[in-house]
Ligand binder design. Sequence first.
Ligand code: NAI
Ligand code: MG
Length: 490
Amino acid sequence: MATPENKLAFDGGWEYAPAPESTDHISIKKRYELFIDGEFVKPESGKYFETINPATEERLSRVAEASAADVDKAVKAARTAYAKVWSKMKPAERGKYIYRIARIMQERAREFATIESLDGGKPIRESRDIDIPLAAAHFFYYAGWADKLEYAFPGRRPKPLGVAGQIIPWNFPLLMAAWKIAPALACGNTVVIKPAETTPLTAMKLAEVIADAGLPPGVVNIVTGAGKTGADIVQHPGIDKIAFTGSTEVGRIIQKALAGTRKSYTLELGGKAANIIFADAALDQAVEGIVNGIFFNQGHVCCAGSRLLVQESVADEVIRRLKDRMATLRVGNPLDKNTDIGAINSRQQLETIQKYLKIGKEEGAEVYQSAARLPKKGFFCKPTLFTGVSQSNRVVQEEIFGPVLAVQTFRTFNEAIAKANNTPYGLSGGVWTDKGAKIFKMTQDIRAGVIWANTFNKFDPTSPFGGYKESGVGREGGLHGLDAYLRLEA
Ligand code: NAI
Ligand code: MG
């Protein structure tokens, strides 16, 4: 409801005082090298690329661009470390190193959070309360498994795969690195990992942590670069397993490149999750869940609740409350502790979102945007609703990866299921209802890897994550996440 308070905020009558996180406790070097065989080394080509702050468009640092020769060096270092040290080490000892990474990361959490927000544009509230604590939690969790793998797979002899090549995206830079590195190491593999080109800085800080933790040289190698560097990792014959998170488009390219090779792989790709609101749901909580699912974090979440399916009898009410809540969302400086929606990660991603805003209009959708004022510099997007859309519309079918929600209605349970399942994706979903039986039925009938009930976007290292259909292959997290880095012998 338009309360006097949010109406004032709407009209610019009053504002929160700025509450920026300080940057005097962090250090960002002018230039970062590659982290290979335990050392920071210059790229063979001598080439570097810029990483900017997407909220100001200012350069933060320059980062080495790894060529095929650098990738080769990293893979060889990983192979030697695997054969001579890491796979031979007592599992309990491996666990100690992983614990050490987790503890140092916790000690330096504030620095990690600030750099994550500077380099990628996400609100400090998210990086401080979600990304960094969860990244540390993954190292803690998998450290605990290192010496218990036989108990995870009773009656089998778990063996590491060898050298894992890992390619990660820009939406959860440190967290995705943790998802990939922690289970790989716990299982006795060594790693060559590539962060995304727009968000390499926390990976380079992680390299410092890994060096401080005293990991044997070559166990973790971090190579920076763009798609070409990623392709060099995928194609390197010395790699035993590829783990990729990113777009479905690149996932397909990788799958093709790996077809017929001995390399195993996991792919975590896009999504178009439905948040399904039944008339018997606690509506205010549901509205908060919708907002959390698609607007916080700029919608840069593969499992974002980018579709709203609301039961017809409460649709007007839910949309009204949602618009009121949208009016209070603060878009702006990612370092401000009151910011809800930070900067879009890159100009390219902003253009993608804007392209979809245009497509939505052309398809006849009704567009509603909050009245938030956007900063003059940097890449920002207002929280947006599309209503009056139909199932075949591109904005209902395709991943937009921005703060853009497509709203549809349904009458019956079966209609909700049919609509929820009717996209090429199957990563996640949400259901909001007072009835436990409906929740159980929904979780059985929706083809998605994760279904949240009366909540959304909750993560824990113990629970597996991954998709059906075009959302990917394999699972990460929990016991399933170990399986992806092991060969189970009889
Ligand atoms: P992308 O898939 O190109 O980038 C992800 C990672 O893959 C980056 O590290 C990139 O350098 C690397 N990469 C790019 N081309 C490669 C290749 N041929 N071989 C190996 N590695 C390669 O994603 P992009 O272009 O940044 O975003 C495009 C769309 O992808 C977004 O609009 C969004 O819809 C989706 N996306 C999904 C993510 C997820 O978490 N599932 C994360 C990021 C983007
Ligand atoms: Mg950046």
